[in-house]
Design a protein around this ligand. Structure first.
Ligand code: NVA
Length: 234
């Protein structure tokens, strides 16, 4: 694991140059960054698979773990209803991609101005519905998920976001409006008392710890899929 201070990525060296050098030494690269273009530019110049470990736009590895967790607890998610509460951020965009990939209905409840990326909404068509009131999103839902209100890189907006997002806290009472067998997920780290009530991760409907563990299993599977065992550098 290399932090930004350990590499030249985003530093003095061009991303393309870093990709050429690093991919000559590695079997796969996972990048956690800000601008999504860092991932795509690196990937375009890499000889080995590049995994998005989180960008400002998307967080696909978390969705692999979330979908695995739903499958383990409830079976197929196809045709189910999922509610995303809070910020229309990278996680929300990845939920939209998952709604397309796994064929479920997604209801997003977010404040005005914090909607998910229009590019992903356009791809999803009628699989995604935007609402303002979290209760409208959660009614009858089989899965409810949320995330921090201030993502990495947005720290200066924290105070403004705390006030704006306050009506979007996920509580036990909110989950009571969902399907009786609803699951609650949070990609962590959780800010108790902000996007979730202090008791929510202790609620039996929360599967956040299984979800966290499944990051390991899902990403091991992803590496197995992307890197053939016989892979050797030419
Ligand atoms: N939306 C959050 C996810 C953290 C795993 C962030 O980008 O900071």
């Amino acid at each position: 694991c290399l932090s930004s201070g350990d590499t030249q990525v985003g530093g003095g060296e061009q991303i393309a140059d870093s990709a050429k050098v690093m991919s000559s030494m590695l079997d796969a690269v996972m990048i956690r960054t800000f601008a999504h273009s860092t991932v795509t530019e690196f990937s375009a110049n890499s000889r080995v698979p590049v995994i998005n470990g989180l960008s400002d736009d998307l967080h696909p590895c978390q969705l692999l773990a979330d979908m695995q967790t739903f499958l383990e607890h409830r079976g197929s998610i196809q045709g189910k209803t999922v509610a995303w509460i809070g910020d229309g951020n990278n996680m929300c965009n990845s939920y939209i991609e998952a709604a397309i990939q796994f064929d479920f209905q997604l209801r997003v409840a977010c404040p005005e101005g914090y909607e998910p990326d229009a590019r992903f909404l356009a791809l999803a068509g009628d699989r995604v519905t935007l609402v303002r009131d979290p209760r409208d999103a959660v009614i009858g839902a089989h899965l409810v998920s949320t995330d921090v209100w201030t993502s990495m890189g947005q720290e200066e907006e924290t105070a403004k976001r705390l006030a704006l997002f306050a009506p979007y806290q996920v509580t036990r009472a909110l989950l009571d409006l969902a399907a009786p067998d609803v699951l609650f997920m949070h990609c962590l780290p959780a800010h108790r008392g902000e996007e979730i009530s202090t008791d929510l991760l202790d609620d039996p409907r929360s599967v956040a710890w299984d979800q966290a563990e499944n990051r390991l299993h899902a990403q091991k599977a992803l590496l197995e899929f992307l890197v053939p065992p016989s892979y050797h550098h030419a």
